[in-house]
Design a protein around this ligand. Structure first.
Ligand SMILES: *Cc1c(COP(=O)(O)O)cnc(C)c1O
Length: 364
């Protein structure tokens, strides 16, 4: 737990960090955890066995530094993503949060500006402040949508050096049209802006939702980040990655710590990638529960946002905090993202989802 505010204030902290709050989704001991969009299906048995075997093997060589270039991992990630990507277009780090931090270290920093479109991922402003990058925001349209025209205008008028597009967006759940990404890219031409499309939930998208990976060719300032924390059920392993032009990886090599991906991390990631099929089967099961939540919330008279992710954002609550508390008392932890009348819930297993829906129905 953090120590006292007074003790912190007495430290010679960097001026731009004074008064900031750390990322703090509550980590409570509750039977049903549907609050941080983890994969609720656990690590499948074959994936578990493969990781244990690969890590055991890697452990023998721990006296040596790991492959600094994580060569096998970049190859496996390129094969997994497809779209004709080559290993030199892939980059990985300890969670996509670290990937995004490295992007800000290389392309942001003092005198530079990043732009986000709230409500969106709460880590963007924190990563910006940690790297001394100014963070500005632009509004979304009705029902949290973004249009190509408004996005382009915000990118142009802000003169941002880095543009965060979260698709599917956390916390609202909906994916962006590729026309929004294209418009942001073109609007960023003058400032040579780096456009990051954060596709942490890309595998959960609805049928027919295209990935920004399809736009990479010919766009050297476009970056698409992904993670193994959600679809791949490996939040605890800390593995995130991005795909972009090869020179982007060269830029990130300038700021990464040497040997930033441990041999154990690389072994675990490679083992999981060889079992992608099992993991993606669970993604399909989660999508079924996600769609069920949307349908049943509508039946309850609430307003869920369309979801391309493994969670559902819903509005129409008179007192979201009371509902959050009532769910907690029923053993279900969901997320209060601080948006009036709204909560966010991760799609669980069938039983967890039933417990959530049953408890919710008694509370509204
Ligand atoms: C969960 C999440 C991530 C993943 O972070 P990791 O560091 O890879 O665990 C990234 N972006 C968004 C929008 C997320 O919700």
């Amino acid at each position: 737990m953090p120590s006292s505010v007074e003790a912190l204030a007495a430290l010679p902290l960097r001026d731009d960090l004074v008064g900031l709050h750390p990322y703090g989704a509550p980590q409570l001991d509750v039977p049903i955890l549907l609050n941080v969009n983890e994969n609720t299906h656990g690590v499948p048995a074959d994936v578990h066995a493969a990781i244990v075997e690969a890590v055991a093997e890697a452990t023998r060589g721990l006296n040596r530094y790991p492959d600094r270039e994580f060569t096998q991992l970049r190859k496996n990630l390129a094969d997994y993503l497809g779209h004709g990507l080559t290993p030199d277009q892939l980059w990985a780090a300890n969670g996509s949060n670290e990937v995004l931090q490295q992007v800000l270290q290389a392309f942001g920093g003092p005198g530079r500006t990043a732009i986000g479109f709230p409500p969106t991922y709460s880590m963007y402003p924190l990563l910006a402040s940690g790297t001394g990058t100014r963070y500005v925001t632009a509004a979304r349209g009705a029902a949290y949508t973004m249009t190509p025209e408004d996005t382009a205008r915000a990118v142009r008028t802000s003169g941002a050096n880095i543009v965060f597009l979260c698709s599917p967006n956390n916390p609202t759940g909906t994916a962006l049209g590729l026309d929004v990404v294209e418009a942001a890219y073109e609007a960023g031409e003058d400032a040579r802006a780096i456009i990051i499309v954060d596709e942490a939930y890309g595998e959960f998208a609805q049928e027919g939702t295209a990935s920004a990976l399809t736009l990479l060719s010919g766009r050297p300032r476009l970056l698409v980040s992904r993670t193994m924390s959600k679809a791949f059920a490996l939040a605890g392993a800390r593995i995130g990655y991005l795909a972009a032009a090869p020179e982007i990886a060269d830029a990130l090599r300038l700021v990464r710590l040497p040997y930033h991906l441990s041999a154990i991390t690389q072994a675990a990631a490679n083992a999981a990638l060889t079992h992608a099929d099992t993991l993606l089967a669970n993604v399909e099961a989660i999508k079924v529960q996600r769609d069920r939540i949307v349908r049943e919330l509508e039946t309850l008279g609430l307003s869920p946002a369309p979801s391309d992710s493994n969670f559902v954002f819903f509005s129409g609550l008179d007192d979201p905090h009371r509902v959050w508390q009532g769910l907690l008392e029923a053993g279900v932890l969901v997320r209060d993202v601080g948006i009036p009348g709204s909560l966010r819930v991760t799609a669980g297993t069938e039983e967890e989802t039933t417990a959530f829906l049953t408890a919710l129905a008694t509370l509204i």
